[in-house]
Design a protein around this ligand. Structure first.
Ligand code: AMP
Ligand code: FE
Ligand code: FE
Ligand code: ZN
Length: 291
């Protein structure tokens, strides 16, 4: 399929963008317009644990003659590490995957309430403040709590919130349910999608999964890694590049744009046309939307 279809899209491609259906600050159509303004021709919307932004984003991409790949960033967990698995071109109606994302999203609500209750012991912050920062029934996360802290004048921006009150070391943090990465990769692959580990080598407590475990993910169907991402370390990227060559994997580069919620700009990292073609040819769950 890729060979026939590859002429139908052209880069630059940014395959990791968030809207207000999760923790981005802009509606899906606005995310697409921002991507277009930054010179992108191919994009994916990858909201955390949900697919409800696809239709709006796809319609705007069509209007702007851009290629749209349906995507999602699935929350997973390996031991204490939060692991994010990007999922592309899967079937959004797949029952097992939907059951898992429903479970993650509903558990995230109780978890966010627990974090807010913890913070409320020391600061003037209430659950209503968080609800006020959440559009639709967006996937709730710490970024929405950060926005509530900003609205209350307790911190200046999301970065300050994450470096302080929301950081696990401060003692307010609570975990949420997430599948282990092997389950995540299998669910995505079984739904006809391609699983790519997002920002696999960030510093701090989320540091890289052991290589032996990553090789188990590869055996379970992992498609590749997001290597060019501002939070990946140089040393980690080298390990990933070597692994990608050894196992003939897909490698991507992306911005992880969150609108005004993070400094990341659309297109600050991009994915090559060759890799986009490989993603498309490997997937069978849903079709890319060409201009
Ligand atoms: P959660 O999944 O609720 O624990 O929150 C993690 C989310 O917070 C990630 O998806 C990131 O997009 C976002 N995030 C992490 N660190 C920062 C930061 N320093 N500034 C803004 N957003 C962040
Ligand atoms: Fe996010
Ligand atoms: Fe992520
Ligand atoms: Zn992301």
């Amino acid at each position: 399929m890729a060979a026939d279809q590859s002429h139908r899209f052209a880069g630059p491609a940014d395959l990791h963008l968030h809207s207000n259906h999760s923790d981005g600050t802009e509606a899906p159509a606005e995310v697409v317009r921002q991507a277009h303004r930054h010179g992108l021709a191919t994009i994916a919307l990858t909201d955390h644990d949900r697919t409800t932004g696809w239709d709006e984003a796809a319609a705007e991409a069509a209007r702007l003659d851009m290629t749209f790949l349906p995507g999602m960033e699935l929350s997973a967990k390996h031991e204490w590490r939060s692991v994010h698995v990007l999922a592309y071109l899967f079937d959004p109606e797949d029952r097992a995957l939907r059951a898992e994302t429903d479970r993650i999203r509903s558990d995230r609500i109780g978890r966010a309430e627990r974090i807010v209750r913890n913070i409320g012991r020391d600061y003037d912050l209430h659950w209503d403040d968080v609800v006020a920062q959440t559009t639709l029934d967006a996937t709730v996360g710490r970024p929405h709590i950060a926005d509530a802290l900003i609205a209350r004048g307790i911190v200046r921006d999301r970065t300050e919130a994450f470096d302080g009150i929301l950081h696990p070391r401060e003692g307010y943090y609570e975990p949420h349910y997430a599948p282990d990465p092997l389950t995540a990769v299998r669910l995505i692959t079984d739904a006809g999608g391609v699983a790519i580990i997002a920002h696999p080598v960030t510093t701090g407590r989320d540091r890289m999964m052991p290589v032996a475990f990553i090789e188990r993910l590869i055996a379970a169907g992992l498609g590749g890694f997001e290597i060019e991402h501002r939070e990946n370390t140089a040393a980690g990227k080298k390990v990933l590049r070597d692994l990608a060559v050894k196992h003939d994997l897909i490698v991507t580069g992306s911005s992880d744009y969150h609108g005004g919620g993070k400094p990341n700009r659309p297109g600050e990292n991009t994915t090559s046309d060759e890799m986009v073609a490989r993603l498309i040819s490997r997937a069978s769950g849903s079709a890319p939307r060409y201009p």
